[in-house]
Write a protein that binds this ligand. Structure first.
Ligand code: SAH
Ligand code: F3S
Length: 433
């Protein structure tokens, strides 16, 4: 009988891609994917530990699986991802009904783990066994491609350097081969991934991120190229030049600032000041005037005063982001920020977070509203889920557009769409000839 598996994925794009890799290897071994936990012989939880809340979700989910496991001897449960990496063996003590624990470095070694060779696999093997041809990509038009794993920055609040290890860049030619294979399968939108994607450096030739961006943009039929996440201190002239010179590179850049106060940035060890960050934005805008930005902000970092926070607010309006993601600081085990004193009082942090959420709503409204009446290039994904008589696709800045147009339009085509209406998080329009 065919074995079945279920994967639940939390967290960032890297986790999404790890799940796509796990799913691909399992299918290759004859497993069938199911969307219902109770129909699965193998349950994988691909976990996130970036904030305490994400971690708690995992343990409450594991709690619910306890009974299922008690009722079915043959069910296997595996914990993968960053909580697995961080907690390791401790998960087996806290939840003994878990069969194995596997960190992000071992995604390529799921075979050994399923064969029962190891119950706890949280090392970072030299050979990550990255088989890009078997990645089970959920989209017919888009492929995510890792170019660099791990992170060498040690932002004092962040758990990622512990859970994902040191930076390892993939060879330039290897990345290009994966991109070509993805395009051959119809995935004309490419998203390059890394925790600090723009720190990329080819381990063979030494070529930098700008060189790779240019080379990927020039691969035949790449219609749109995105990348996540750039670190402000790693924005180089070659990266800016590659973006300027290739129109298929998205004009929407996610550049996390975390705080608008240089004093807080220093305590976070972000490696830039407010002035340096604003200067980077200005450099990019000078080369690519139509560029738009989005950002991440942390509120309530230990020692953040009202004045510090007001500097964050003023930076938000100064840059004029199209979108913003804001988080309350969450103390993470073993991180240097634990020694910087107590986090800001929770009520104060919540109030600051709400002020940022209000700003986000305003940014989003203005940003989407500014599209009304304009014709935007939209990459078609297929018929709309809610209304199959309409098509759906995305703008350059990743906003979903539902629009009327020729129903026989091939997924992966680029169309001009006149925007008629801006809804809460999506746009509506009509394809133009
Ligand atoms: N390098 C990647 C991953 C960072 S995690 C990136 O920049 O996307 C994503 C965001 O989570 C960070 O930018 C930061 O704003 C937030 N974050 C990270 N650690 C946090 C913590 N301990 N508490 C609250 N937010 C955190
Ligand atoms: Fe985390 Fe800073 Fe790296 S936010 S992922 S340590 S750049």
């Amino acid at each position: 009988m065919t074995k079945t598996f279920f994967i639940e994925t939390w967290g960032c794009q890297m986790n999404d891609l790890d799940s796509q890799r796990l799913s691909g290897s399992l299918k290759l071994r004859g497993y069938q994917r199911v969307e219902n936990e109770s129909a699965a012989d193998l349950i994988l939880l691909n976990t996130c530990s970036i904030r305490d809340k994400s971690e708690q979700k995992v343990f409450s989910h594991l709690g619910r699986l306890r009974e299922m496991k008690a009722a079915r001897e043959d069910l296997r449960i595996g914990v993968c991802g960053c909580v697995a990496q961080q907690e390791g063996e401790a998960i087996l003590h806290r939840a003994p009904w878990v069969d194995f624990v596997m960190g992000p470095g071992n995604v390529g070694h799921i075979d050994q783990i399923l064969a029962g060779e190891r119950r706890v696999a949280i090392d970072f093997p030299e050979d990550r066994n990255y088989d890009y041809l078997t990645v089970d990509r959920p989209s017919a038009t888009k492929a995510q491609v890792t170019i660099i794993e791990g992170c060498n920055k040690n932002c004092t609040f962040c758990i990622v350097p512990t859970t994902r290890g040191r930076e390892v860049s993939r060879p330039f030619d290897d990345v290009l081969r994966e991109v070509r294979a993805a395009v051959d399968s119809g995935r004309v939108e490419i998203e390059l991934l890394g925790q600090t994607v723009n720190a990329y450096r080819c381990p063979v030739s030494g070529r930098d991120f700008g060189a790779l961006l240019g080379a990927v943009a020039e691969v035949d039929r790449v219609a749109r190229l995105r990348f996540m996440t750039s670190h402000p201190a790693e924005v180089s002239d070659s990266m800016i030049a590659a973006m300027r010179d290739h129109e298929n590179i998205s004009r929407y850049l996610h550049l996390p600032v975390q705080s608008g106060s240089s004093r807080v940035l220093r305590r976070m060890k972000r490696l830039y000041t407010r002035e340096h960050y604003l200067d980077t934005i200005a450099r990019i805008r000078a080369a690519i005037p139509e560029i738009q930005f989005s950002t991440d902000v942390i509120v309530g970092f230990p020692g953040e005063t009202e004045e510090d926070f007001e500097q964050t607010i003023s930076l938000m309006t100064e840059v004029g982001y199209g979108s913003l993601f804001a988080f309350k600081y969450s103390p993470r085990p073993g991180t240097p920020a634990l020694k910087l004193g107590a986090p800001v009082d929770d009520d104060v942090a919540s109030e600051r977070l709400n002020r940022l959420f209000d700003l986000h709503e305003q940014f989003k409204r203005e940003h989407l509203g500014s599209y009304r009446g304009r014709i935007l290039p939209v990459l078609v994904e297929g018929p709309s889920k809610h209304d199959p008589s309409m098509l759906t696709g995305r703008t350059d800045d990743n906003v979903v557009v539902n629009f009327s147009g020729d129903p026989s339009t091939r997924p992966g085509s680029m169309l001009g769409v006149r925007i008629e209406q801006a809804q809460h998080h999506t746009l509506r329009g009509e394809a133009v000839a």
